[in-house]
Design a protein around this ligand. Structure first.
Ligand code: ADP
Length: 488
């Protein structure tokens, strides 16, 4: 409606400007015609008196001249004629009615008409006709025409113009408003309503406009756009459904693979100690062992039982991990505690665990015990990757990052904890299965293959993830990403 209103306003303002300009030119023309008429009158009068004036002035003096001029008034009821001396002081009998400063500029002309206020207060046109009667004084006739008629005509023109303007505005404005609203306002409103529906996701209900103009074309284009959008929406829906089905199948296959690996891992991990337990128990049961040998076998059984208990505990940790109990904690403190705990193991392997010298406190909402377990697993792996000793470096920084595999999520601030070693590195073919339970490349008794999968699970429950970069023979870096402000 605003556009229609603007168009109608422009139309109305143009009408007002045009009719006003027309009135102005009419008034100008009338004024000019009045002046010309007055000048023609004055010229005719002056022409008739001019010849007699010098003679009358010489014979009868100024009184005779006044009489002659006075008699000339018969010429018209409203026109007055006076003899004036142009140099007479204002207020004296033969001074011009127009103030001297106004007259000064014109006295050299043969005829001059000056509109001014007369002695009665109303507007008059004073026409001056210089007549040479005296070599020393400049005099002439002052013919006065009242401008009342002209003023009346001007007023009449103004009123006519106003009447014309009002009727034009009412008539054409009314028509323009009706047409503007019907032809522009309403169709535009329908188009706007359609675009709102499109932006709200409703592509149904094509817009039908029979105006046959550009707005109707726009409506058709919107309909075509909606059709194209609906088609591509349908395509995306079908593709998403197909992808979801494939993903479900893959996840199912993956779960089966994990269960299989879990079962074979369990069989492998528990099988060896159970063999030892069964063998030693058989020996004791045979009754052929000396008391010393019985004691040694019993210790061996106890050691294997402890090993199995540890494996089962790890398995339970993996399977029945409790929800993290998060508190605000300084990550550097947890790192420090873990490094201290692992000190003897690192020393035994001739590995130095290095932390940067300037450590700003870096607080995050974490479960300190679970997070310590993550760090322990990563640091132990780093230590074990360097059989000939070396250095494990730990750093904690913030980074703008987006979770992997989710390109639609905007990057936000994460805390990144790097555990880096200069060890044997990881083969590219192993990188895919690194976090799967029971995946291990270590010898029996050295590793269970649960460390990284437990660490990953914990970090994931904290809203983060672990990234790995590694080069065979050069070392590996495990980066733990934790959200700076965890989402509710
Ligand atoms: P485990 O250490 O008991 O084998 P993990 O889940 O901790 O189980 O590790 C799985 C495998 O990942 C390891 O067997 C090893 O091959 C590889 N790995 C983990 N960390 C490193 C590392 N820092 N350097 C080299 N290989 C590593």
């Amino acid at each position: 409606m605003k556009l229609a209103f603007k168009l109608v306003s422009v139309f109305m303002v143009s009408t007002i400007v045009l009719t006003s300009a027309h009135a102005y030119f009419v008034i100008q023309r009338q004024s000019r015609a009045f002046e010309q008429e007055a000048e023609a009158d004055a010229e005719a009068l002056a022409g008739s008196l001019e010849g007699r004036i010098p003679q009358v002035l010489q014979q009868e003096g100024p009184e005779g001249l006044a009489k002659l001029v006075h008699n000339a008034e018969v010429y018209s009821v409203t026109t007055r004629v006076r003899w004036v001396w142009f140099d007479a002081q204002p207020g004296t009998p033969h001074s011009p009615s127009v103030p001297p400063e106004q007259l000064q500029a014109f006295v050299v002309e043969r005829f001059v008409s000056i509109p001014a206020q007369g002695s009665d207060g109303s507007r008059h046109l004073f026409t001056y006709c210089p007549i040479a009667v005296d070599a020393e004084r400049k005099g002439g006739l002052e013919v006065t025409h009242p401008m009342t008629k002209l003023e009346q005509e001007k007023r009449e023109v103004i009123w006519q113009t106003i009447r014309l303007m009002v009727s034009m505005l009412v008539l054409t404005g009314g028509v323009a408003v009706v047409l503007g609203v019907r032809m522009i306002g309403r169709p535009l409103n329908r188009l706007i309503e359609k675009t709102h529906r499109i932006s709200a996701g409703d592509l149904s209900g094509p817009i039908v406009m029979r105006t046959g103009d550009e707005l109707a074309q726009l409506g058709n284009s919107l309909n075509e756009m909606c059709d194209a959008l609906s088609a591509s929406k349908q395509r995306v829906r079908e593709e998403t459904e197909a992808r979801t089905a494939v993903m479900t199948q893959l996840r199912h296959a993956d779960r089966l693979k994990t269960v299989g690996r879990l079962a074979s891992g369990m069989a492998h991990e528990l099988g060896t100690p159970l063999n030892v337990v069964s063998g030693r128990a058989g020996l004791i049961a045979s009754g052929k062992l000396s008391p010393d040998e019985v004691a040694r076998s019993a210790s061996a059984i106890q050691a294997e039982a402890n090993k199995m208990t540890a494996i089962i505990r790890q398995l339970l940790d993996f399977a029945r991990r409790n929800a993290p109990h998060r508190v605000e904690a300084d990550l550097w403190r947890i790192v420090g505690d873990t490094v201290e705990l692992l000190g003897p193991l690192a020393q035994k392997q001739n590995v130095a665990v290095r932390l940067p010298g300037d450590r700003e406190p870096m607080t995050a909402l974490v479960d300190p015990a679970q997070f310590q377990q993550v760090l322990t697993n990563l640091i132990v792996n780093g230590i074990q990757a360097m059989p000939d000793g070396g250095e494990v470096r730990i750093s904690v920084e913030t980074e703008l990052a987006a979770p992997p595999g989710d390109s639609e999520v905007a990057a936000r601030e994460f805390i990144r904890i790097d555990v880096e070693d200069g060890g044997v590195g990881i083969a590219e073919s192993d990188l895919d299965q690194l976090f799967e339970p029971f995946f291990t490349t270590k010898d029996v008794g050295q590793g269970t293959g649960l460390g990284l999968s437990i660490a990953y699970g914990i970090v994931q429950e904290h809203g983060g993830w672990i990234a790995v970069s590694s080069q065979l023979g050069q070392g590996s870096r495990f980066s733990v990403y934790l959200p700076k402000e965890p989402r509710a």
